[in-house]
Design a protein around this ligand. Structure first.
Ligand code: PLP
Length: 391
């Protein structure tokens, strides 16, 4: 049988080649330091795990959940927006549960995008915007380049007004994966003004909202304009990537559309998981990160400092990100004639695994991404190995 045209439009998985190389290295017993994938090595806080264990034993939590999320979950999320961002949201109509942010990113587009409609996607960016959310429903991705010279923010003034008029959705993600960039409030103001002028829904994908360093507190687009939506999740906030629990908040028509779609596709995130996440959210008493989150962020901050200093010390010029647990940097000069994929393969030879920038789209070429998801000692070891080939 032939695949549908939609499936044919999806790119071949860029990491297949890398995976093949890695499995060969593993077979040879080579010690690999995985700094590629953005999956935390840190564990879910005990108070959340204990709550999950308690909740799973409650018979009611063993039944089908509602795909829009339980009432107490939506209320806990509304409370979180109030204490964290100072905004009021109605738990009944303006919040929905999703099975991880990824699902929300893909399904929200189904509510608005018709074949041929334009979806504005940051590039480099989380690949789901362009593929799962857009190409899979015959939308047309328009790539907004995130360039170093623009601090990895899209330059809206360069987008043709014809494109803006045809655009239904704009995905934005700050703190940004993969670049580690942040979005100042004046940028968000400009984007919301554009969105109003051209009737575009901003989908503000915010899973790294808590991963900021120093005194910086990351905003949400909803603080400027509640007619858009934010997607967030427990995945990174509480080291819960494997639990699959997130939420979509904001514009009630968008939430209504999303609920309609979800009711035909899934049966929601298990109730015991939603209730474990409620326990985590309850730790927030103000916009400041609670201890369970701060502990994680402090660990990443130290790792970031070690990595960035280490790379600069060995002559690989790298900027320090203000946010996220990623370090995005250009291929070192000695290898600038290589594609990022070939450079990553070279690093695999010495047992260091990074993500090639091209994995996040064409504007990622020339860059690689480190994920700070290994202990300090392993990061130091990776730097030593890199030093052996860099000079
Ligand atoms: C930018 C971005 N958005 C969304 C997600 C999805 O997160 P989840 O589905 O685990 O909530 C990720 C995961 O890495 C991400 O980096």
């Amino acid at each position: 049988m032939e695949y549908s045209e939609r499936v044919k439009k999806l790119p071949t998985y860029i990491f297949v080649e890398i995976e093949k190389l890695l499995s060969e290295k593993r077979k040879k017993g080579i010690d690999l330091i995985p700094l590629g994938i953005g999956d935390p090595d840190l564990t879910t806080p005990d108070l959340i795990v204990n709550e999950a264990i308690k909740q799973i034993k409650i018979p009611e939590n063993q039944n089908y959940p509602s795909s829009m999320g339980e009432e107490d979950f939506r209320e806990a999320v509304a409370r979180w927006y109030k204490v964290r961002f100072g905004i009021d949201l109605d738990a009944e109509n303006e919040i929905s549960n999703v099975i991880g942010g990824k699902e929300g990113i893909a399904n929200i587009a189904r509510a608005y995008v018709n074949p041929g409609d334009i979806v504005l996607c940051p590039n480099p960016g989380y690949p789901v915007y362009e593929n799962g959310a857009t190409k899979l429903i015959d939308g047309q991705p328009y790539l907004m380049p995130l360039l170093k010279k623009n601090k990895f923010l899209p330059d809206l003034d360069t987008i043709d007004t014809k494109i803006l008029r045809k655009a239904k959705i704009m995905y934005l993600n700050y703190p940004n994966n993969p670049t580690g960039a942040i979005a100042p409030k004046d940028f968000l103001k400009k984007v919301t003004d554009y969105a109003e002028d051209y009737d575009i829904l901003i989908v503000y994908d915010n899973p790294y909202s808590e991963f900021t360093y120093g005194d910086y507190i990351s905003p949400t687009v909803l603080q400027l304009d509640q007619s858009h939506i934010e997607i967030n999740s427990a995945s990174k906030m509480f080291n819960m990537t494997g639990f699959r629990c997130g939420w979509v908040a904001g514009n009630k028509d968008a939430i209504k559309g999303l609920r309609k779609i979800k009711s035909q596709i899934d049966s929601g995130c298990p109730m015991f998981i939603q209730r474990a996440v409620i326990r985590g959210l309850a730790e927030y008493k103000s916009e400041k990160k609670p201890e369970i989150v701060e502990n994680t962020v402090k660990i990443y901050e130290k790792r970031r400092d070690i990595l960035v200093k280490g790379l600069n010390d060995i002559g690989w010029k790298t900027d320090k990100p203000q946010a996220t647990f990623y370090v995005w940097t250009q291929i070192p000069e000695k290898y600038c004639n290589l594609s990022c994929m070939d450079f990553v393969k070279k690093l695999i030879d010495i047992g260091v695994i990074l993500t090639p920038g091209i994995g996040f789209g064409q504007y990622g070429e020339g860059f690689v991404r480190f994920a700070l998801t290994q202990p300090e000692a392993r990061i130091k070891e990776a730097i030593e190995r890199i030093e052996s080939i860099i000079n």
